[in-house]
Write a protein that binds this ligand. Structure first.
Ligand SMILES: [Zn+2]
Length: 682
């Protein structure tokens, strides 16, 4: 068939696009599109190549598996090519897959399948010679990968020597294939740590695993919580005792190689579809990321008869989870009160599954975001979820509007206690709640206290482990705590009466609360959440004023001499320490015998340490206070006006005169698009 110019153009654009994303993904560990988006583009490419065989170019991504090597690591040649899998996006694709196999083998009976969660990590090949781990390599382009033995040997989960087994004596030489991954919680924690240290953060767990494996220095990989699941064979001397994929897994287990515990066997295609749903339903609860289910013909003899196409085995397919975008309806918009008295709109959605996870609300950041997207109550919207990121509304489906949608306005007062929003803006910090009015979960005062308590226990503040948002909520709603110092009067029985607490976890929490009494003075000052007093300012106060008693007695004139403290911060401090309500709470703390030490260790490594930064304009993804706090945590000084001493101006939309002044003074300007990479020093 002749190829029209239009098709050719589309095809070449696809090739270029896919190659670009391959490079971003494999060589730079920083993908710009989701796997689903990539898969869709790739599927379209295959359709075009199928329909117009002459169109195919030599650089088509369909000719390659993944991408080549780019690092300084030694090449690792695969004895048997390490291919990737074809994808199935729905049940029909699965049925076609079986039909192709039946045709190829001229077989009428059904196939039995091994259904295995498709781990979102990086493929690895482990070579064992006489039971000893001798080499390990990544997939690379399928024929040649990278030698990563030095890194793999640091992973505790991978045996350096296979365990001897009577039923499964290991062959002289065997290649074992698996997937190296990182658990979701470890990934989040590592990224938090990197962020704090000003290092590059990873887009998803797989990039994290890949980036860790690619290191030349094995110390890096050994410091990272990498795990492995082994799932199939590469080259083997003798295959005799492997008659099925299940026996392969059994042998791995006998040799003490880690395997995925969620593998299901299906005796036909219908059962395979059920197994897929079962695994998909479990997805949310699994501690590692999966993006589909690998369906493998279970019988090894049939696998061998089916063999390979140029790109993939014919006997296995990856059934992918549905796309990570979904359509749903906004039931209502509610507002969440923050610690600083600012309201954040949240969309309450008709529950919808996005990539196997049920989503029922999405944050809208601020009113500007609502205006930008023109979001109304009862609107139909598209939502998207990428990796572990909070779901986001991407657009409104305006064609679906009936006319009854409601515009959203910011509330002017609390529905429960009727106080004006301005009251909450002034009520900072909010260190206690009144038992009469605010103990209704819908009162903004209640929320504000909850947020203050969260701040109090957070990592840079009192650093109390095991006290998550849910627990804080339960502690307050059960009236166990109505003032932040009340945290230290919690008892074991109270905790045991809460859902999710057992003897051990309750004891641990009490212990970490008590442990927090020994802390740094600056942490305690910071934990109070006084307006404008961030981490760095708290350090300066502690450094110059020495003790809590001293700080309480300090005058405005003295505060203003402390490094970094301006008129506003000084008067906030004076009004805080002059307020009877707060003094009573501080008195309670003093009765608790806090041991506040005063050894200031200035974190001088951060790239923003001592930088003077000004913020202007409207930011859509950050609240100004949050941003300011973050900057201060990183050691920066946030000032209110631009001068020749300023280092940076962070500029949102519609900046005013500060922007002009900064440009005139040649101060470096950071717009919101570059803000994240600026903060991360990328
Ligand atoms: Zn209220």
């Amino acid at each position: 068939m002749a190829v029209s110019q239009k098709v050719k153009k589309e095809y070449l654009a696809l090739v270029g696009e896919l190659n670009k994303h391959n490079d971003l993904y494999h060589n730079q560990d920083s993908p710009e599109i989701t796997d689903q988006e990539y898969d869709q583009l790739f599927k379209r490419l295959l359709i075009l190549e199928d329909e117009f065989p002459n169109i195919k170019t030599s650089n088509s991504p369909s000719e390659r598996v993944g991408s080549g090597r780019v690092s300084d690591l030694k090449p690792f040649n695969h004895t048997i090519p390490m291919l990737s899998l074809d994808n199935a996006f729905d049940d029909m694709d699965l049925e076609d897959f079986e039909k192709r196999m039946s045709n190829k083998l001229k077989r009428e009976e059904s196939f039995s399948y091994s259904c295995e969660p498709k781990i979102d990590g990086i493929a690895i090949c482990l070579v064992y010679q006489d039971g000893i781990l001798t080499r390990a390599g990544t997939r690379g382009d399928g024929n040649t990968g990278e030698e990563v033995t030095h890194n793999v040997k640091t992973m505790k989960g991978i045996p350096l020597q296979l365990k001897k087994s009577k039923n499964y004596p290991y062959p002289q030489k065997i290649e074992i294939r698996g997937e190296i991954y990182v658990e979701k919680k470890d990934f989040i924690n590592m990224n938090l740590k990197f962020k704090e240290e000003g290092q590059k953060v990873f887009a998803n767990p797989r990039n994290f695993a890949a980036g860790s494996m690619r290191q030349l220095n094995p110390k890096v990989a050994s410091s990272r919580p990498l795990k492995v699941f082994c799932h199939s064979l590469g080259y083997v001397d003798e295959k005799t005792f492997f008659d099925s994929q299940s026996s392969v897994i059994e042998a791995f287990q006998a040799w003490e190689l880690p395997t995925c515990p969620e593998i299901l066997l299906a005796s036909n295609l219908e059962e395979t579809k059920k197994a897929f749903s079962n695994i998909e339903n479990k997805r949310e609860k699994l501690v590692y990321e999966i993006d589909g289910v690998v369906v493998k013909v279970n019988e090894i003899k049939l696998q061998q008869e089916l063999g390979f196409s140029s790109r993939a085995p014919r006997w296995a397919i990856a059934r992918k989870f549905e796309s990570e975008q979904a359509e749903t309806k906004i039931k209502s918009i509610s507002f969440q009160m923050g610690r600083t008295g600012a309201l954040t709109p949240v969309a309450n959605l008709e529950p919808v599954k996005v990539g196997g996870v049920t989503i029922s609300n999405a944050t809208l950041h601020n009113m500007d975001e609502i205006e930008r997207l023109d979001i109304r109550e009862q609107d139909y919207v598209f939502i998207k979820r990428a990796g572990d990121v909070i779901p986001k509304i991407t657009s409104v489906i305006k064609e679906k509007r009936s006319g009854s949608e409601k515009k959203i306005t910011l509330p002017s007062s609390c529905n429960v206690c009727k106080r004006k929003i301005s009251y909450f803006e002034q009520n900072i910090p909010c260190l206690e709640v009144s038992l009469e009015t605010e103990f209704l979960a819908d009162c903004y005062g209640y929320d504000q206290f909850k947020e203050s308590l969260k701040h109090f226990v957070s990592r840079n503040a009192m650093d109390i482990e095991g006290l998550g948002s849910k627990t804080i909520d339960a502690l307050i709603s059960n009236k166990f705590i109505c003032s932040i110092d009340g945290l230290y009067s919690l008892n074991l029985n109270q905790l045991l009466s809460l859902e999710g607490f057992a003897e051990k976890s309750a004891k641990n929490l009490i212990e970490s609360i008590l442990k927090s009494k020994d802390t740094d003075l600056y942490r305690f000052i910071y934990s109070l959440g006084i307006k404008e007093i961030g981490l760095q300012t708290s350090k300066n106060i502690a450094k110059e004023l020495g003790t809590l008693e001293n700080i309480i007695e300090t005058s405005y004139e003295r505060f203003i001499q402390v490094e970094d403290i301006g008129e506003v911060a000084a008067s906030n401090l004076v009004s805080f320490f002059g307020n009877k309500k707060y003094l009573k709470i501080l008195e309670n703390f003093q009765k608790l015998n806090l041991n506040l030490s005063n050894k200031i260790s200035n974190n001088q490594e951060g790239h923003l340490q001592n930088k003077k930064i000004v913020i202007t304009g409207t930011l859509s993804n950050y609240s100004r206070n949050e941003l300011k706090e973050n900057l201060e945590k990183m050691g920066a000084k946030v000032t209110s006006s631009v001068s020749k001493n300023s280092d940076y101006l962070i500029s949102g939309s519609e900046p005013g005169s500060k922007f002009k002044k900064a440009s005139e003074l040649n101060i470096k300007i950071i717009d919101e698009d570059n803000l994240t990479s600026f903060l991360l020093n990328e």
